[in-house]
Write a protein that binds this ligand. Structure first.
Ligand SMILES: NC(=O)c1ccc[n+]([C@@H]2O[C@H](COP(=O)([O-])OP(=O)(O)OC[C@H]3O[C@@H](n4cnc5c(N)ncnc54)[C@H](O)[C@@H]3O)[C@@H](O)[C@H]2O)c1
Ligand SMILES: N[C@H](CO)Cc1c[nH]c[nH+]1
Ligand SMILES: [Zn+2]
Length: 431
């Protein structure tokens, strides 16, 4: 793993925006789905997932979901059920209520929270299947009260049977009833614009590779999206107190997701930098997904040396990683200085996979610097707000003149008159 001074490091642009070829591919896929609907979905599923589907078979039937239970082991079921309990408990704390404030003059102001009606949840399943992402998508939507939850996932990891059975069982456990075997940019386009098999949704949430991330960005506006949750990222901020083998293992935990994943160590310790570089080599050679992780580490990974932990935090805030691990003596000390990071893991035992699978916080987290302004998927993603205004006669008579003044300053006479007509008629003013 290359070791370089932090000020010599520039994250590759394609992590942020995709290559021109990837952008063009996504544009074409989205346009084809808009034009041809299901026919395009079947074509791309064969091309990218190697699965030839019959027309009308995009929706996963109930029997297939039930049959998947015979193909998963009980250890998995026990673990996923306990993870679901933790994830639900965490997200229930996020739920916000509608509120109404009665004023002394009889007026009332408030905010009504309503769940979105129909959401589309993307569960990745290209190079690996992600049952954990089913829970991270579905549970906050359920806590918000969304009545129509639709899941899409590519049928590439489940062999000739199509979808990975662990995804199907997790979705069934979570109570998902509507699932489609389609992934990538084509699935995002189908959810956004609808096809004859897949009615459109109001919002698309969920993580995915660069094609999924670019497609979400492209359809934003026709539908809402959660964030750009693309190829995974981790920064470990560590000093001499960190165990190099833990640091290397955690870097590789994210590098193995995708060739475009990014794993970076930021440290003021040359000794740790060298020890981690050699640990990464050692551990990489033992990883089943060595080829993917090696490309990620070579192309997007780095060990960045800085003068101090405080300087390291400035680098972190600039890169705004999806995940940040702080493995320093007294990690709590630095918490107040960390401004941009999707999820912050503190201390040597909060290894990133603890958050990926089990602790409860959401693992669908903004990438490519967008943690500057976006958040992990949360219950608010599935709620919308309506403001409520009830002005009493007394309140309007008391503030009407000020409203008229503001309207006339904007040159909007119609606005002014809408208030003035009431003041004239009922407030004993004017004509
Ligand atoms: N940020 C997060 O919150 C988060 C969480 C979990 C996973 N992830 C990321 O999700 C991704 C999962 O990726 P994956 O590939 O395993 O599954 P995926 O489901 O995201 O993507 C698979 C799909 O990509 C499309 N695709 C692949 N190659 C293509 C090409 N050349 N042209 C057009 N489309 C193509 C295909 O349609 C395929 O079905 C990883 O990048 C991982 O890091 C991110
Ligand atoms: N680390 C991923 C988010 O970038 C989430 C995940 C799911 N499974 C394993 N990891
Ligand atoms: Zn992960």
């Amino acid at each position: 793993m290359r070791i370089l001074a932090a000020d010599q490091f520039q994250l590759k642009r394609e992590v942020e925006y995709g290559t021109p070829e990837q952008n063009e591919a996504v544009r074409q896929i989205v346009a084809a789905v808009q034009k041809e609907g299901d026919a395009a979905l079947l074509r791309y599923t064969e091309q990218f997932d190697g699965v030839r589907l019959e027309a009308g078979s995009l929706r996963v039937p109930e029997e297939e979901i039930q049959a998947a239970y015979d193909r998963v082991d009980s250890d998995f079921l026990i673990a996923i059920r306990e993870a679901a309990v933790n994830i639900r408990a965490f997200h229930e704390k996020q739920m916000r209520k509608s509120w109404m404030d009665l004023q002394p003059d009889g007026s009332m102001l408030g905010q009504i929270m309503r769940p979105l009606k129909r959401v589309g949840l993307y569960v990745p399943g290209g190079k690996a299947a992600y049952p954990s992402s089913v829970l991270m998508n579905v549970i906050p939507a359920q806590v918000a009260g969304v009545p129509e939850i639709v899941m899409v996932t590519p049928p590439s990891t489940g062999g000739k049977e199509g979808i990975d059975p662990y995804i199907l069982v997790t979705a069934a456990e979570a109570g998902v009833k509507e699932m489609y075997r389609v992934g990538g940019a084509q699935a995002v386009a189908a959810l956004a614009y609808g096809t004859s098999s897949i009615p459109p949704v109001d919002k698309i949430c969920g993580p995915g590779n660069i094609y999924v991330a670019l497609a979400k960005r492209l359809v934003f506006g026709a539908v809402n999206i959660d964030s750009i949750a693309g190829p995974s990222e981790i920064i470990v901020l560590a000093d001499d107190s960190a165990d190099p083998s833990y640091v290397a293992a955690d870097l590789l935990s994210q590098a193995e997701h995708d060739e475009m994943a990014s794993a970076i160590l930021v440290t003021p310790s040359q000794k740790l930098a060298e020890a981690v570089a050699s640990e990464v080599e050692k551990q990489l050679a033992e990883l089943p997904r060595e080829a993917i992780a090696r490309r990620s580490i070579d192309d997007y990974g780095a060990i960045l040396t800085v003068g101090s932990i405080e300087e390291g935090i400035a680098v972190v805030n600039r890169l705004a990683p999806e995940h940040l691990e702080v493995m320093t003596e007294d990690p709590m000390r630095y918490l107040g200085m960390i401004e941009n990071a999707g999820a912050i893991f503190l201390g040597p035992y909060s290894s990133e996979p603890v958050g990926d699978y089990f602790a409860g916080p959401n693992h669908i987290i903004p990438t490519n610097g967008t943690a500057r302004f976006s958040s992990p998927v949360n219950v608010d993603d599935f709620l919308k707000k309506s403001s409520l205004i009830y002005y009493s006669k007394e309140a309007l008579m008391a503030s009407g003149e000020k409203i008229i003044t503001l309207a006339r300053h904007e040159g909007l006479e119609g606005h002014a008159r809408a208030v003035e007509i009431r003041l004239e008629r009922e407030g004993g003013k004017g004509k």
